[in-house]
Design a protein around this ligand. Structure first.
Ligand SMILES: [Zn+2]
Ligand SMILES: [Zn+2]
Length: 256
């Protein structure tokens, strides 16, 4: 009934979508059903919208959601008067997946067939397209959003320009789940994050350089900024040329 009270405060501009969301919200009675709730999400509550890929149904985007999803209803009463009532939310600024709704007459099927968990529907004010706002998949091993998933969110933010190297780095990132494993993840480091590059020596495989790395190593994921917290900023690093791109694993593992 908390949802019903709020029906007058939002509209998608489309009566099928309004009806669909309202029916969903009216089916939520107990606190443990709240995770199934869908909302109308205003497009301006999403930011950092970036194209990921195209599948047979349309384009897929990644975005951050300012509010995060609903956790529970909070009602505070003081001397028999309700002083505060609102939804408590969590996962503020969380990463979400955006996918266009293709058939407004068949929203139920489209949302139920979705592999990602839906949070709601929004509308691009320019194209007028209705868009599903979906959760990224949880990690199957951890059953949560672990470090591997945080790395995965950022796959579209970088590329080495070489598929083998991208794949190799991504695989190391997808294999780190908990805090203790994080140092095993490799990164793509843009050359301009290195400075004071100096030649030190030559070995049988090529020249060796020393440099300083502006950013330093990854320590843990920060939910507030949705980014990595790092340490050892400006640390000294050694640079060595990769000789065989088809055999990166062996070359990196045999590195002293
Ligand atoms: Zn009820
Ligand atoms: Zn995991």
């Amino acid at each position: 009934m908390y949802f019903q009270r709020n029906f007058k405060n939002w509209t998608s501009g489309n009566s099928d979508i309004d009806k669909f969301i309202q029916n969903n919200q009216l089916s939520v009675h107990k606190d443990n059903e709240i995770s199934h709730v869908l909302e109308w999400i205003s497009y301006d509550r999403l930011y950092n919208i970036k194209y990921i890929a195209k599948d047979e149904f349309g384009e897929i985007y990644r975005a951050n959601w300012i509010d995060g999803n609903i956790k529970s209803y909070v009602s505070v009463t003081y001397q028999n008067c309700v002083t505060y009532q609102n939804w408590e939310r969590y996962n503020q600024n969380m990463f979400v997946v955006l996918k266009s709704l293709n058939n407004l007459k068949n929203i139920t099927t489209e949302i139920e067939n979705e592999v990602y968990k839906p949070y709601g529907i929004t509308q691009d004010p320019e194209t007028k397209n209705y868009i599903m706002v979906l959760n990224y998949n949880k990690c199957k091993k951890c059953n949560s959003i672990c470090n591997a998933i945080h790395f995965q969110h950022k796959f579209i933010d970088w590329t080495s320009g070489n598929n083998d190297i991208d794949k190799f780095i991504q695989d190391t990132q997808l294999s780190v789940h908990n805090y203790y494993e994080i140092s095993h993840a490799l990164e793509w480091i843009p050359y301009d994050r290195l400075y004071d590059i100096k030649y030190i020596a030559k070995d049988e495989f090529g020249k060796i350089y020393q440099a300083n790395w502006i950013d330093g190593e990854i320590e843990y994921w920060d939910y507030k900024t949705q980014n990595w917290i790092r340490y050892n900023q400006n640390m000294f690093v050694v640079l060595k040329r990769l000789n065989n791109l088809k055999n990166i694993t062996t070359e990196i593992k045999s590195e002293v």
